[in-house]
Unconditional design. Structure first.
Length: 317
């Protein structure tokens, strides 16, 4: 009998289950900090507001699963109140961490500076939001996530006049975007990594991740169980991808907070070794924590504009 089944024969009390859920929340709250939790709560309100605007929502039906993403509106009204001719822009694709969904980047759909220069897209990764996955096994590895996301990247690429995409990933999404870039260079031209694990040793799970792995799955909400499983798989995933990462030649910008409690900042210091052939730029945010996609919107926007303007603009624009 596995240890998971062994524990399940003894832990059945609703009180114990409630206690474990509360303990999980307490751990996550302690790691996030009060200021960052306030930002997360504020972001939920922004997402609700953006959902009421004319954003485009796309669901791709694929064999055994579906993929969902949202996009900024294609057309704008001119001074006469009529739709202006469709103009293709650089395509941004935001990739969230774990747990999460496209709403982690909802504030960028209200960013007029960004919207003026880019077609903004934000995805639900397989297993999150309105995206599903084939079979019964949750796709925890970076390789499995990438394999499932190919059709979504192609769909965005085709809809925007087959212009290559700029991927922006946060946290686990930051670990995933270089894999997407390596797998789909015909769709991707540059990536921005926000607080993402890059080095396998630096990505080893924290004590609370190991602790949660011993708790039976039925005792934890699926969101946290699947999220923890993804975190546990980051280090082995990255170990398998280091050779592939060395072959990436496109522009990469790494943005990292110095006070990140969830992703070890030391990982960003190794970016030059991990991406030796890329056009690399590393941006340090002094005193910043983990959710820089929410707390440092201006700096993120700046990194996006800079990767277009400073890296062979004739090829990127």
């Amino acid at each position: 009998m596995s240890s998971r089944h062994h524990y399940s024969t003894y832990i059945r009390s609703p009180f114990i289950k409630l206690s474990l859920v509360g303990f999980t929340a307490l751990i996550l709250s302690a790691c996030s900090g009060t200021d960052q939790l306030d930002q997360i709560n504020q972001n939920a309100l922004i997402t609700e507001r953006v959902n009421q605007t004319p954003i485009e929502k796309t669901t791709l039906s694929l064999p055994g699963y579906q993929l969902h993403y949202v996009s900024s509106a294609n057309q704008e009204l001119n001074s006469q109140g009529k739709e202006s001719p469709l103009q293709y822009k650089n395509s941004l694709v935001f990739v969230h961490g774990t747990p999460g969904d496209w709403g982690a980047f909802s504030r960028y759909f209200e960013d007029d500076k960004l919207l003026s220069g880019f077609k903004v897209n934000a995805i639900d990764r397989p297993g999150w939001g309105n995206s599903s996955y084939p079979g019964k096994r949750f796709p925890t590895s970076l390789s499995s996530q990438s394999a499932l996301l190919g059709p979504l990247l192609e769909d965005i690429w085709r809809k925007n006049d087959e212009q290559k995409l700029i991927l922006v990933g946060h946290s686990l999404g930051g670990s995933l975007v270089p894999k997407l870039a390596a797998d789909y260079p015909h769709f991707v031209k540059a990536i921005v990594i926000l607080a993402g694990d890059l080095d396998p040793e630096m990505a080893e799970p924290r004590w609370f991740n190991d602790l949660l792995s011993f708790i039976p799955s039925f005792m934890i909400p699926d969101m946290w169980y699947n999220s923890n499983a993804e975190v546990l798989d980051i280090a082995p995933s990255l170990k398998n991808l280091q050779k592939q990462f060395t072959k990436i030649t496109m522009p990469i910008t790494v943005v990292q907070g110095t006070e990140d409690d969830l992703v070890r900042p030391g990982s960003a210091t190794l970016a030059n070794k991990i991406f030796p052939n890329a056009k690399l730029n590393t941006v340090w945010l002094e005193g910043a924590g983990h959710i820089i996609n929410m707390t440092h919107q201006n700096e993120v926007r700046g990194a996006i504009f800079n990767i277009v303007e400073q890296n062979e603009p004739n090829n990127l624009l």
